[in-house]
Write a protein that binds this ligand. Sequence first.
Ligand SMILES: [Mn+2]
Length: 361
Amino acid sequence: MELTFRWYGPNEEKITLEQIRQIPGCSGIVGTLFDIPVGEVWPRERIHALREMVEANGLTLKVIESVNVSDDIKIGTAKRDEHIEAYKETIKNLGQEGVKVICYNFMPVFDWVKSDLDYKLPDGSSTLAFVKANIPDDPQEIIDTVAEGSGDFTLPGWEPERLAQVKSLLDAYKDVDEEKLRENLVYFLNAIMPVCEEYDVKMAIHPDDPPYSMFGLPRIIKNREDLDWLCNAVDTPYNGITLCCGSIAEEPGNDIYSILAEFTRRGRIHFVHMRNIKYINPEEPGNKDFYEAPHPSPCGSLDMYKMMRALHDNGFEGFMRPDHGRMIWGETGRPGYGLYDRALGIAYINGMWEAIEKSSK
Ligand SMILES: [Mn+2]
C-alpha cells in the first residue's frame, strides 16, 4: 500500500510540496494538469516537468486524478473518436513518465454534488455536507452555490467555463439513459485498453458521488452490481476502480465493507479514497443526508478499521489517499483539500495499517 496526497499543482495551490513531504508516511502525489481543457492531449513535457518538481521533493508521481473524460465521449457525439484519440495519447505520455494509475469518472455534467461547502461542526471546524433539503431543483443554483463557496479556488469537475453551458449540456444528455451511458463507457474502455496495456497504465473509475441519480441524469457506477458489471464488461485488470469509500457509503444500502473485500480480491481496486462520513438523522426513513467527518471511526458512521481490514486481508497493493478533510486550525483554501486535516487522516491510516500488518503476522 502506498499513501499519497492529492495536489493540484503550483499555480493552483497554496499547499506546497515542501509541506507535503513532511507528512510522515506519505510517499507520493496524486497529480493533475488542471489547466488542460478536457478532450486535449496532455503534453509529455508538461507531465515531465510536474514529475521532476514532485521528485525533487522526494515524492513520486504515480497516480493522476483526474484525466477527465469529455461529455462528447459520455454522450457519444461525432466528436468522441477525436477525444478518445487524444485520451490515448495522454495515457501514452503519462505511462512514459512512470504514471501507473489514472483516476477518472463517467458522471454526466456534475462530477460530484454537495449542498454545503462550509458546514460548521460543533468543534468549530467546517466540512462538506449533503443535505437534500438544501439541494435546489434548478441545477443552475447549485452551480452558483459551489462557485460562491469555493472562493478563489476552482473545484475539480466544476470548471466555470464548462458549467457556463450547463443548460445546453443537460439538453445534450436528454437521449442518454443508463443503458446508453453504459454502452458509451464500454466503447471508451475498449478503445483505450490496448494503450493502457502497452504502457502499463491502469484505469480506475471513481464511483458516482452521490451514488444515485440527480437532476434526472443517469448514474451507472453506484453499487456492487454496477462495479461487477464494469469488471465483466471489459475484463482486464487495466479496467479497474478508484474505491471512494465515502461515495459508495453515501448510499446507506451499500455494504462498503463487502464491496472493498470483493473487488480487492478480484484485483480491481487500484486506488482508494479513504474517507469517513457521518449520516445526519439516519433514523428518518429514506434520509441520506451526511457530512464528511474526520477520519477516525468514532467521528463518523463508518468503521474505518473494518474498511482497512477488508483491504489488507484481501491483499490490497494499490495506492491510497485520505479523501476530503475539514478546515481546521484557521486554515482557509480549497474546500475539502486543506493540508492539516488530510495530514491527520494519513497519520491515522498509517497507524491502523501498521497495527493490522503486525498483528497479522
Ligand atoms: Mn473520492
